[in-house]
Design a protein around this ligand. Sequence first.
Ligand SMILES: [Zn+2]
Length: 58
Amino acid sequence: MRACKSCMRLSEEERCPVCGSNTSQYWSGYFAVLDPETSQIAKKMGIKSPGQYALKVR
Ligand SMILES: [Zn+2]
């Protein structure tokens, strides 16, 4: 898996399918957002769409 350097979204792509930024294979911390409206971590990180995300991306 790779993580987007901009929005932290996890994917298999070299470019983020959500925002089009480059992705990195160096990331740590995994979390899933099911409902951005009710997720505290999603609010904290500014995430607006459900999906799988990394906490840190290098
Ligand atoms: Zn992205």
